[in-house]
Design a protein around this ligand. Structure first.
Ligand code: ZN
Ligand code: ZN
Length: 388
């Protein structure tokens, strides 16, 4: 590994190892799957075990490779870590070093030419083609925390052997439980790898193209609940790119995000610790800023005759006041938390101040939501009468 910063993504040559491997296994799957299905009918046990292995691989990538290693959003017990590394290796997505390295660069240089899977370069580039291009060598500085760990260094140095070994173990296991060696290879390995790969790749392609941007419009990442099912919780990518240090991607309890539930449940029995979250007030501040941007853009793009400047000023004024009160609430809440133990007059006064700010924010937020509904969700024809 060299200590040189990432070279420009514009000058590139073919990565033959990746190209032959990815092209080869896709071809093998497309030839062998019809042959297998014409001569056999897969047992339900084979299908269920394959589904289980695929789910374990996706979970290990999202919870392990992504949230544990690339973003360090929690810490975990060595037993859980070993399980995550085993299934992450079985997923055939490269070593923890290379995966985390590319992903950290993706966040740092998102949508620019230094971003390895830059979405503005098109669906196929961000989904798949970027892997066929030779990547610059791993820069130790980008993963300085990971390179200090001997076990992860070993994982990187012998990744190819571990990847083959974990897949041989999976095939042997499926053969043992189903008695179907051909099925274990075609369905349990090739098809499972294909589905897990494309689901992961959707995070780099579709999750930067197809969905909404409630938390930030400063990058192409989007939120899309359909994708969260395909990617095991990574469909809330707009939130993730805005607050990458949060262990959750789907920040609301009902948003489908399996790693979030696992990390949280394991923390209750002491198997995960130091779960990082972003403060609710900070999240709201971002929601307001993103909505403000979307509303101003909509007003500018409207074809109807309205006093544009007056409406933009109204939006700006409401956003500024709401942001100021959210900032006030954050400062007062932080002070109150520190004074809480004192139980004196100063603490009582701060408790009062927090309550005042909460009331102001609630009132302004209700007005803000009405404004968002009017300016972002109402058709242009209806706006003609509402805004005139
Ligand atoms: Zn992304
Ligand atoms: Zn990330």
């Amino acid at each position: 590994m060299k200590n040189n910063e990432t070279a420009s993504a514009r000058s590139w040559s073919v990565d033959w190892t990746n190209t032959l491997f990815l092209g080869g296994y896709h071809l093998l799957l497309f030839v062998l799957l019809p042959v297998y299905l014409l001569n056999n009918s897969p047992s339900s046990s084979l299908l269920w075990w394959t589904l289980g292995l695929g789910a374990a691989c996706l979970l290990a990538i999202t919870m392990g490779y992504h949230r544990l290693y690339a973003h360090k959003t929690f810490t975990t017990h060595p037993v859980i870590e070993s399980i995550l590394v085993f299934f992450g290796t079985l997923a055939v997505e490269g070593s923890i070093f290379s995966w985390s390295h590319d992903h950290r660069i993706h966040h740092r240089h998102v949508d620019t030419e230094l971003d390895p899977y830059s979405a503005p370069d098109g669906f196929w580039h961000s989904h798949l083609l970027w892997m066929l291009k030779k990547r610059p060598e791993i820069d130790d500085r980008v993963i300085h925390d990971l390179v200090k760990r001997p076990a992860l260094k070993l994982h990187h140095a012998y990744y190819g052997y571990f990847m083959v070994l974990t897949n041989i173990i999976a095939i042997a296991f499926l053969w043992w439980v189903t008695g179907d060696l051909f099925g274990a290879f075609v369905i349990g390995t090739l098809l499972r790898m294909f589905v897990v790969h494309h689901c992961t790749w959707f995070i780099n392609s579709l999750a930067h193209m197809w969905g909404s941007q409630p938390y930030s419009t400063e990058h192409t990442a989007v939120n899309n609940f359909i994708l969260s099912f395909l990617t095991f919780g990574e469909g809330y990518h707009n939130y993730h790119h805005t607050f990458a240090g949060d262990y959750r991607n789907g920040v609301r309890w009902y948003q489908f995000d399996p790693p979030k539930y696992f990390i949280w449940a394991l923390s209750k029995v002491g198997l995960t610790k130091n779960l990082k979250t972003v403060n609710n007030i900070t999240i709201k501040r971002n929601l307001v800023a993103a909505d403000r941007h979307l509303m101003v853009e909509r007003i500018k793009a409207l074809n109807i005759t309205i006093d544009r400047e007056a409406w933009i000023a109204r939006v700006e004024e409401a956003a500024a006041s709401l942001t100021e009160n959210l900032n006030g609430l954050k400062t007062a809440s932080d002070k109150y938390q520190k004074l809480k133990a004192q139980k004196d007059e100063e603490m009582e006064a701060m408790r009062h101040r927090v309550a005042e700010f909460k009331q102001k924010v609630a009132l302004e937020m209700a007005e803000w939501k009405k404004m968002c509904h009017l300016l972002l969700e109402t058709s242009e024809s209806k706006l003609t009468t509402s805004l005139a």
